[in-house]
Design a binder for this molecule. Structure first.
Ligand code: ADP
Ligand code: MG
Length: 331
């Protein structure tokens, strides 16, 4: 079992409201809450595999958290990278990036195609899909008509989303264009938090299949690693904020309940996985669509990293503590 890599990223402050009481301080791989005059607040200090402060770029985050997952995926290992955190903490910035500093998805796609070019002894077939889970319903972001898709399981295919469109792709540009069109189909909803907050989980998936080029000509039996298939998931989770805070009712409340349910399920699965093989017992993948879809790429030999994004502002301190507690449980 691979250890799950857990990191925290602090985004830059968006407003320069001066803090009156507390601030978060990053020290190497530790983050702690301090009083404004500098003394640490006891009990509010957490250590992770990595803590990225506000000066860290997506390039650095990619290098440290995702590069190994991408390389392993080309060798046949499944992998998943998540962004977890409250709305406006920087999940989408981390995954999608900006023009100046492309996010993890673009960097992963580009590296995969670059490396494929260099692996001239193998032939690759790359398929991509893009889906969202909104109110525990799976929708296809590449084909708006594909809504409420079901999860199936078969001997041949393992766990899969029936009817999800998979596009065969040959270069990074093609993938980025597909993602752009898919992006337009994401569900957004206004909340009282003054942000366009994303209420759905999105999963960008690449299936990487490859086989050695020179196995048939000689007539020899292909070696056992002749064909490799791996699945790579890059996941932008829905905002983790508690429902009550958004002051929502009706539709928003329903969304919030589903989001909290699947994030809790994800937390439970990851917590069990990181418990170690011995006292792990049953892993509750079936408790949510999110964990069920990701099951093959979570646990076992899969490589997993979680980046928990936090907002530095004092008004967010309670949500930030919640995020850091989630991150701590994942270690
Ligand atoms: P989320 O997806 O978690 O709701 P966003 O990624 O949309 O949050 O981030 C909220 C705002 O903060 C956006 O305007 C985004 O560009 C900005 N932002 C987030 N993280 C960073 C960062 N590390 N550096 C610069 N700007 C950031
Ligand atoms: Mg977002």
């Amino acid at each position: 079992m691979e250890k799950i890599c857990v990191a925290v990223r602090v985004r830059p402050p968006v407003s320069d409201e001066s803090s009156t009481g507390t601030f978060w301080k990053v020290d190497d791989n530790r983050i702690s809450l301090h009083r404004s005059h500098g003394t640490p607040i006891s009990g509010v200090s957490y250590a992770f595999d990595h803590v990225f402060d506000e000066t860290c770029s997506n390039a650095m985050v990619y290098e440290i958290l995702t590069k190994d997952i991408i390389r392993a995926a080309l060798e046949g290992f499944n992998g998943t990278a998540f962004a977890y955190g409250q709305t406006s903490s920087g999940k989408t910035f981390t995954m999608n990036g900006s023009e100046r500093d492309p996010g993890i998805i673009q960097r992963a796609v580009e590296e995969i195609f670059e490396r494929i070019q260099m692996m001239s002894d193998r032939e690759f077939l790359i398929r991509v899909s893009y889906m969202e889970i909104y109110n525990e319903e799976i929708n296809d972001l590449f084909a708006v008509e594909n809504q409420k898709l079901q999860i199936h399981e078969s001997l041949e295919r393992g766990i899969f989303v029936a009817g999800l469109r998979e596009e065969i792709v040959n270069n990074a540009k093609q993938v980025l264009k597909l993602l752009e069109s898919g992006e337009a189909n994401r569900h957004f909803g206004e909340t009282n938090m003054n942000t366009r907050s994303s209420r759905s989980h999105t999963i960008f998936r690449m299936v990487i299949e490859s086989k050695g080029k020179d196995i048939s000509s000689s007539g020899d039996c292909p070696s056992s690693d002749a064909i490799r298939v791996s699945v790579l998931n890059l996941v932008d989770l829905a905002g983790s904020e508690r429902v009550a805070k958004t002051g929502a009712g009706g539709v928003r409340l329903k969304e919030g309940k589903h989001i909290n349910k699947s994030l809790m399920a994800l937390g439970n699965v990851i917590n069990k996985l990181s418990d170690g093989a011995k006292n792990r017992g049953h892993i509750p993948y079936r408790d949510s669509k999110l964990t069920r879809i990701l099951q093959p790429a979570l646990g076992g030999n899969a490589k997993t990293s979680i980046i928990c994004t936090i907002a530095p502002e004092e008004i967010h301190v309670e949500e930030t503590k919640g995020t850091l507690q989630f991150a701590s449980r994942a270690k």
